[in-house]
Design a protein around this ligand. Structure first.
Ligand code: ARG
Length: 569
């Protein structure tokens, strides 16, 4: 595919005698097509060339080689060059690429098979998989697919919280009240109820706390019976999570939780000690980070146990050894910002600075309701993610039964739309913002939502079905795609690959979500104005082909976010 930015930069470089790659970075896409397809801000060169921007602009315009095939016209507006490209070249290169790459359109081998570790979801087992883990799961799942599509070798890790005091509580609770619960029919709910009951009763009964501590100690000392129960809890939990993961199209290559590092921490503590980083403080062992304006990082507590940070440091070093990664991404909520800054700093002090530079904490905001209140905590009740997904599916079923009761495969379509709506809502705004969870918005078929995007996709399918054939790219005559709405669509399709790369660079799946809405709206603008199925076969072929291309890009883009497209709805 022709890289227009590069071609334009080359031509400007010939005139100003500067590096093409530098110039390429300055090229912008104007917010509205009336100002050109691309724009070059000449003030970026004012310092180097020691000239006023409008003068530079005029000089470039007068001396640039325009053969009409790439650049059609240049306007000077103040210090800007507004550049208009040849539309036939744009259409041919874009649609030609769609025709030849098909489902692979937009992919690249940018990653060259290099290893990217992405850690996401990572719920604390024996506690519920509640809505608080929706965002890490969905954002991480999208990043996983995006990096893969760009040619990286991605290793998706679920760093389960499968060790810690909560197991002491569940084990103690199981011993005390196990026979009061219906494990036959509802294992995970029973475990959860026991955990919640324990936490509640513990508040007025310090003996329970002592019991839990003893139980956890047994675990740490590898007591056979305790370990067996732990493993059972772990399996029950994973089995339960898998239901949610499969609904959300989430995949992991490894389930390496905190417990995996139990026998690996000792060596790391020794390493910290040998490097002179450990300090005694009130019975605990810490790494002092005062110099870096951070509270100390506790490595061994005063009770003599390892802690969250100890395991994170150990896991990091283990991943360096296992994967020699090019990049490591932790998809974890913003509340843990300090924790990441602390243990990254400790690793840097240990000499792993090169790998710390390759690592990033990709954080995100909370899930809140319309009034801004955090969801799921109000009544102390947890909101299970699985229940929310099923609720969404049910709500979509009601809508289908109202609007299109004779639709075939209602179940499957309701699943794709219901789950897609939840995923899209999570990914549609920049991740750092809080996600507003409001059913009216999530399931609004007219808004900037998952269902809207799916609906437009279904329209493209319907048009192709009505035509009854798929047009051949070779037969497309570009002169039939001269309306501004059609050009707008082609331009967006052209930008698909760059959009995906941009999303990866910023670890921001919302960039793709916004793009899909733009594309869906552009298509809607087009077919509200023009007929795709018409008397003129050549015109119809051209319009059908962009319809096909739009459908394909919407589908690929949605899949990168973890959303499945229905064929009908
Ligand atoms: N299990 C933790 C929680 O649910 C998240 C783990 C985050 N990842 C990490 N490497 N610390 O809060």
């Amino acid at each position: 595919m022709i890289d227009f930015k590069e071609e334009i930069a080359k031509k400007i470089a010939e005139v100003v005698q500067l590096d093409k790659n530098e110039l390429m970075q300055y090229i912008e896409i104007p917010p509205n097509a009336e100002l050109g397809d691309y724009a070059f801000p000449c003030f970026k060169l004012a310092k180097t060339l020691r000239k006023a921007p409008p003068m530079i602009a005029t000089e470039i315009k007068e001396n640039i080689a325009i053969d009409g095939k790439i650049i059609e016209k240049i306007d000077v507006v103040g210090g800007y060059l507004n550049i208009y490209i040849n539309k036939e070249t744009l259409i041919k290169t874009t649609l030609g690429e769609v025709a030849s790459k098909k489902e692979e359109y937009g992919s690249s081998n940018l990653g060259d098979g290099k290893n990217v570790v992405i850690e996401y979801s990572s719920p604390n087992i024996a506690k519920p998989f509640h809505i608080g883990h929706l965002r890490t799961t969905v954002i991480g799942g999208a990043l996983y697919k995006i990096y893969k599509f760009l040619g990286y070798n991605v290793i998706g890790i679920n760093y389960l919280g499968d060790w810690g005091m909560q197991f002491g509580k569940v084990l103690a609770g199981l011993n005390l009240w196990g026979n009061e619960y219906d494990f036959e029919n509802n294992k995970i709910q029973s475990l959860l109820n026991i955990y919640v009951r324990f936490c509640k009763e513990e508040k007025n009964n310090s003996e329970l706390t002592e019991l839990a501590r003893e139980c956890f100690k047994k675990l740490e000392e590898k007591d056979e019976e305790a370990l067996k129960k732990w493993e059972w809890i772990r399996n029950v939990s994973i089995e339960n999570y898998n239901k949610t993961y499969s609904l959300l199209n989430i995949h992991f290559d490894e389930y390496r939780g905190e417990a995996y590092y139990n026998d690996k921490m000792e060596a790391v503590v020794k390493e910290l000690n040998a490097k002179g980083l450990l300090k005694d403080s009130q019975g605990a062992k810490i790494v002092d980070l005062e110099e870096y304006n951070m509270p100390p990082c506790i490595i061994i507590t005063s009770a003599g146990t390892t802690i969250y940070a100890t395991r994170d440091i150990t896991a990091f070093i283990d991943r360096v050894k296992s994967f020699d990664f090019e990049k490591m991404i932790y998809v974890v909520g913003g509340e843990q910002k300090l924790h990441f800054e602390q243990f990254f700093k400790v690793l840097e002090l240990m000499g792993y600075g090169d790998y710390v530079k390759k690592s990033i904490h990709v954080s995100f905001g909370l899930v809140v309701d319309k009034t801004g209140e955090k969801i799921g905590t109000r009544k102390g009740n947890s909101v299970f993610l699985e229940d929310i997904l099923n609720e969404s599916i049910e709500k979509v079923k009601v809508i289908i039964n109202e609007k299109n009761p004779n639709l075939e495969n209602k179940e499957e379509i309701a699943r794709k739309v219901g789950v897609g709506a939840i995923i899209f809502n999570d990914l549609s705004n920049s991740r750092i913002k809080d996600e507003i969870f409001d059913w009216d918005t999530i399931l609004n078929f007219q808004g900037e939502t998952g269902p809207y995007m799916q609906y437009i996709y279904v329209r493209t399918k319907g048009l192709l079905e009505k035509a009854g054939y798929i047009p051949d790219f070779e037969n497309i005559d570009c002169k039939y795609l001269n309306e501004k709405q059609a050009i707008e669509i082609v331009k967006l399709i052209y930008q698909f690959e760059a959009t995906i790369k941009n999303a990866a660079e910023k670890n921001e799946p919302s960039i793709i979500a916004r793009y899909l809405i733009d594309l869906a709206q552009a298509f809607s603008n087009f077919y509200n104005e023009y007929k795709v199925i018409t008397e003129n076969k050549e015109l119809q072929d051209a319009r059908l082909f962009i319809t096909l291309a739009v459908g394909q890009v919407l589908k690929t883009g949605a899949e990168l976010l973890g959303i499945e497209m229905p064929d009908k709805m």
